[in-house]
Ligand binder design. Structure first.
Ligand SMILES: *[C@@H]1O[C@H](CO)[C@@H](O)[C@H](O)[C@H]1NC(C)=O
Ligand SMILES: *[C@@H]1O[C@H](CO)[C@@H](O)[C@H](O)[C@H]1NC(C)=O
Ligand SMILES: *[C@@H]1O[C@H](CO)[C@@H](O)[C@H](O)[C@H]1NC(C)=O
Ligand SMILES: *[C@@H]1O[C@H](CO)[C@@H](O)[C@H](O)[C@H]1NC(C)=O
Ligand SMILES: *[C@@H]1O[C@H](CO)[C@@H](O)[C@H](O)[C@H]1NC(C)=O
Ligand SMILES: *[C@@H]1O[C@H](CO)[C@@H](O)[C@H](O)[C@H]1NC(C)=O
Ligand SMILES: *[C@@H]1O[C@H](CO)[C@@H](O)[C@H](O)[C@H]1NC(C)=O
Ligand SMILES: *[C@@H]1O[C@H](CO)[C@@H](O)[C@H](O)[C@H]1NC(C)=O
Length: 899
């Protein structure tokens, strides 16, 4: 019994998956003592159309619902139906099956979530129901009585507490939730706007945990944690813990709050203990503090470690005898400081621990059915760090507490905020969005959402800021509500009006973030201009719209007909692009450029290979351009690639695909966002040295090698240099671009002349002429090109002979992955171009994902040798590595002994 109790607590604290927590048997109480809290471990799910009984009858314990669907602790209706095999995800995602498989009329009526559980109430014990958002809104019944109606329980983020004490019974209790259908234009839900087709249920249901807590006479809220730390200095740090105490009784109480703060290494560091008086039914905020000598400072991953302190406390009633009344959940916090300011160009600049922090990030997509898998998020964050990204933007996709715990642990900064368009931006002056305009009844819903999300995020070290608007900005009344809620929750981080420069509320001032596109294809030199989304200021969501999956993934979700259309009909609509009513339902702009620059595709394989090259160029140049201008006269202060990942199998707006297979867009980013790097500026032909590090020290050597398609040298140079932190500078200019006949290859290598370590190496394919943009014709999603660069020579390169071998490696870390190295050697006199490594299951041929490669899609110089490393789950004996490229024969490698 004690074991089970601890476990239910652990489920909240560590959020172990629902199946572990579902071990509840009928007779074990869900919560059993003051300070105990547990999530409802699972639900019986059914449509109201299938159930004739009234709610008060249905919510009485004892009704047989064994014929209903059984689902986990949290999940939308669609997620629950998939969990029960009513729908099959593979089938749903294939071709345009989503249009026909799930009948939307099934979701016109409310759905029921019902669960029975045991409680043992006694005198002096109080029970609270805690919701964290039910989509779109819900009626909540306990034991035949209405506890909360849908007037109050509204919105995907509407977290509320309801007093159950009067309604709980000894023995079996029954909770019943009626979740109402969702319309993204009418309800404060989690919508997808133009990202992808909508799930048939629009995300309706109990998508977040519902919890029951038991306390004594006095309960406490989770701590809000503040420090007086601003930048590293040797002094002590004061940490303040603030909690809301509630006295449930009409007699006064004296309580003692005692707590422990553990250091990151687990050693108990400090205890605190303080007495408070509560009057009859009083609710009040109290603060305690500790002073930490020699604090361990938390840094974003690129700059240092992520030491996390832990705080835990109990509220103890003193009389008539000492009794634990409530306990706080175990909370981790980091000592760090974030801030933002507007510079003289009205661009937002962030700082972390006093260091200017150039945001290099991407926009997160949740699962289309809002299923949440923390292991998947872990891979996503690991991929982001591998690519050199330091920030994830959640645009109204606030997810679960576990995401923030993980971000704290991994050093990933989070830019949270509300979503664009839909109901969230139904402002009178917003003529771009179709959301129903707000009226009086909407403000309390928004307030509850802001209070709840602020409370959830407040203590997390990873939070960089909160954007209270996206494409548009909140009106004055909503701004007042948002600011009030953030203040009430002791929000210590930047608050930004919106992600664009279209307008702002007086109370917040300009956002300092631009949203001027592009979202569709633009050439690499676009980023080196000074207009629209080019590299200056803070680009809150932008990119060349790339992210084409590789063949292995495409075949999983596209029919043969769709695949044929993909390369044969460049203007055709594609179901796996953005939603049907969006600007991005076809690949017209992308394909026009692709066909002109790389040549008309001769097959599906050829189309995909060309797309990969175009995607690589696109992401690399975007991240490089923003990096080169980090300390320009008008600095580039941040760039959020649109987007990081997709809610379902998709053809664009992603850096890896839905199956977690990385493609060329990933490796273009990984090169462009490197901590130390040399980059080629497509517009000025300058070569830049980039330094994002705080402490990588020493002299640097830059080698510039430029050859033609036969491998003949056009120019070469070696430069020595050094830089300051957060800065980039021109170190050379490319010689000989005019001498290129058809195509030239430029290799830039950055090394440490003392250790001889290569810090960055990358290769560009260049045409003698650059793409020409017509800036005056720019619109919100692209800038047209009037003359394209030409790379068609790539189709006729001389074949190169590549020697390749695969060897197992001892892993230097305990990441549980298999590590191997691939040795490549180009035996030819010309370059071996755009070589891709891919790992496959040796027997089934299935692609292995996640796959971590030190580099990929590499171009080798004549006679050059290159060593790449790969890491993946599984056994190397059962894995093969496939090597393919623009002008090499595809080969498959098995592991071999090193010679
Ligand atoms: C879904 O269907 C695919 C084939 O269409 C099958 O391979 C897979 O096992 C099914 N998944 C489930 C969970 O039944
Ligand atoms: C989902 O929301 C959209 C509006 O964004 C609405 O048109 C559609 O009818 C809704 N679907 C359901 C099943 O309610
Ligand atoms: C923070 O508070 C501590 C007291 O706990 C004090 O010693 C320290 O000087 C303060 N630091 C700053 C930067 O104010
Ligand atoms: C919760 O309900 C109980 C029983 O009615 C009551 O005694 C208590 O004061 C309530 N708590 C709050 C905070 O209102
Ligand atoms: C607080 O005091 C109680 C009762 O003395 C004790 O059981 C508990 O471990 C203490 N909690 C902390 C976090 O120190
Ligand atoms: C910055 O914004 C302010 C309004 O807060 C405006 O007065 C000022 O002209 C702007 N400066 C620039 C350089 O745009
Ligand atoms: C950026 O920093 C480099 C040195 O690290 C310096 O040479 C360059 O002038 C700076 N750029 C600007 C615009 O200040
Ligand atoms: C980057 O900046 C750091 C910190 O000043 C410096 O030690 C290092 O040498 C710089 N790196 C390069 C490549 O210049």
């Amino acid at each position: 019994m004690i074991m089970f109790k601890n476990m239910s607590k652990l489920c909240i604290a560590l959020a172990i998956s629902s199946s572990v927590c579902a071990a509840s048997t009928g007779s074990e109480p869900l919560v059993a003592f003051g300070g105990d809290i547990a999530a409802i471990p699972g639900w019986y799910l059914q449509s109201t159309t299938k159930v004739p009984e009234e709610m008060h009858v249905l919510s009485a314990p004892g009704k047989d619902v064994s014929s209903w669907y059984r689902v986990g602790a949290r999940g939308t209706v669609m997620a629950g139906l998939i969990e029960n095999g009513v729908y099959n995800e593979t089938d749903l995602f294939y071709s345009d099956n989503m249009e026909s498989i799930a009948d939307p009329s099934l979701f016109d009526a409310p759905w029921l979530y019902r669960e029975e559980f045991t409680l043992n109430p006694s005198i002096g014990q109080y029970f609270t129901l805690k919701t964290h958002g039910i989509t779109s809104k819900a009626d909540i019944y306990l034991n035949g009585e209405l506890i909360a109606s849908s007037d109050q329980q509204q919105g995907s983020y509407g977290g509320h507490q309801y007093n159950l004490t009067e309604h709980v019974k000894e023995g079996v209790n029954c909770l019943l939730i009626r979740a109402f259908p969702t319309n993204y234009l009418r309800d404060f839900a989690q919508g997808f706007v133009d990202w992808n087709p909508y799930p048939a249920d629009n995300g309706t249901g109990v998508w977040r945990n519902v919890e029951v807590s038991q306390t004594g006479a006095v309960s406490m809220s989770p701590f809000r944690i503040l420090t007086n730390f601003s930048h590293p200095n040797p002094g002590p740090v004061k940490v303040i813990f603030r909690t809301e105490l509630t006295n449930h009784e009409s007699s006064g109480h004296q309580v003692l709050i005692n707590g422990t703060v553990k250091r990151p290494d687990g050693s108990a560091a400090m205890e605190f203990s303080e007495a408070f008086e509560l009057k009859s039914n009083e609710q009040k905020t109290v603060s305690m503090s500790v002073s930490i000598e020699n604090p361990d400072i938390w840094w974003p991953a690129l700059w240092g470690q992520q030491p996390l302190y832990t705080v835990q406390a109990s509220t103890i009633i003193q009389k008539p005898q000492q009794l634990v009344s409530d306990s706080s959940i175990r909370q981790q916090f980091g000592i760090r400081h974030v801030s933002s300011k507007l510079n003289k160009f009205n661009d937002t600049e962030f700082a972390v621990n006093g260091e200017p922090f150039q945001v290099i990030g991407a926009g997160y997509g949740p699962d289309i059915f809002l299923r949440f898998d923390i292991e998947r998020v872990q891979v996503i964050f690991a991929y982001m760090l591998d690519m050199g990204l330091n920030t994830v933007r959640l645009e109204g996709k606030q997810e679960h507490p576990e995401l923030y715990d993980l971000a704290d642990k991994m050093g990933m900064m989070v830019l949270a905020g509300w979503e664009c368009c839909d109901k969230w931006e139904g402002w009178k002056y917003n003529h771009d969005a179709k959301g129903v305009k707000w009226d009086k009844s909407d403000y309390p819903v928004a307030k509850a959402a802001m209070l709840h999300e602020a409370e959830m995020m407040q203590s997390h070290a990873s939070i960089l800021g909160c954007l209270v608007g996206s494409d548009s900005w909140p009106d004055d009344q909503a701004t007042e509500i948002y600011l009030g809620a953030l203040k009430a929750m002791d929000w210590p981080n930047p608050i930004i009006a919106s992600a664009s420069k279209r307008g702002y509320p007086e109370a917040l001032g300009p956002s300092g973030m631009k949203m001027d596109g592009p979202y569709d294809w633009v050439p690499p030199n676009y980023w080196y201009n000074d207009k629209e989304g080019a590299a200056s200021g803070f680009g809150s969501e932008l990119g060349a719209g790339v992210g084409t999956p590789e063949m292995g993934s495409l075949k999983k979700f596209m029919s043969d007909d769709e695949l044929e259309t993909l390369w044969k009909e460049p203007d055709a609509d594609q179901y796996h692009m953005s939603r049907y009513d969006s600007q991005f339902y076809d690949r017209k702009i992308y394909n026009e450029a692709l066909f002109a620059r790389y040549g008309k595709p001769s097959s599906l394989e050829d189309y995909i290979l060309k797309s990969q090259m175009a995607d690589y160029e696109a992401t690399r140049s975007q991240f490089e351009a923003y990096a080169t201008r980090q300390n320009a006269t008008r600095p580039a202060t941040g760039v959020i690639y649109w987007m990081l990942n997709s809610a379902w199998p998709n053809l664009h707006w992603q850096l890896f695909d839905y199956y977690l297979t990385p493609m060329a867009a990933y490796f273009g980013t990984k090169v462009g966002a490197r901590m130390e790097h040399v980059a080629y500026d497509y517009e000025s032909h300058n070569i830049w040295l980039i330094n994002h590090s705080l402490e990588k020290e020493g002299n640097r050597q830059i080698k510039v090698d430029f050859i033609d398609s036969n491998g003949k040298e056009i120019s070469r140079a070696t430069v020595k240099s050094n830089t300051r932190p957060h800065s980039s500078k021109v170190v050379a200019s490319l010689d000989g671009i005019k001498k290129v006949k058809d195509i030239g290859f430029l290799r830039l290598t950055l090394s440490d002349p003392e250790s001889k370590d290569v810090l960055s190496r990358s290769v560009y394919w260049l045409s003698p002429t650059t793409d020409v943009l017509d800036w005056s014709e720019s619109d919100w999603y692209t800038t047209p090109v009037t003359k394209f660069a030409k790379y068609t020579k790539l189709e006729k390169l001389k074949p190169a002979t590549l020697k390749a071998s695969l060897h197992s490696l001892e892993s230097s870390t305990d990441d549980g992955l298999t590590h191997a190295e691939v040795l490549l050697e180009n035996k030819s006199a010309g370059p071996a171009v755009f070589i891709r490594l891919n790992a496959l299951d040796a027997l089934e041929g299935a692609e292995i994902a996640p796959l971590y490669c030190s580099d990929n899609y590499v171009t080798l110089w004549p006679k050059e040798q290159l060593r790449l490393t790969v890491a993946f789950e599984g056994d190397i004996q059962h894995t093969v590595v496939e090597i393919s490229g623009r002008n090499v024969k595809k080969v498959t490698l098995k592991v071999s002994l090193k010679v």
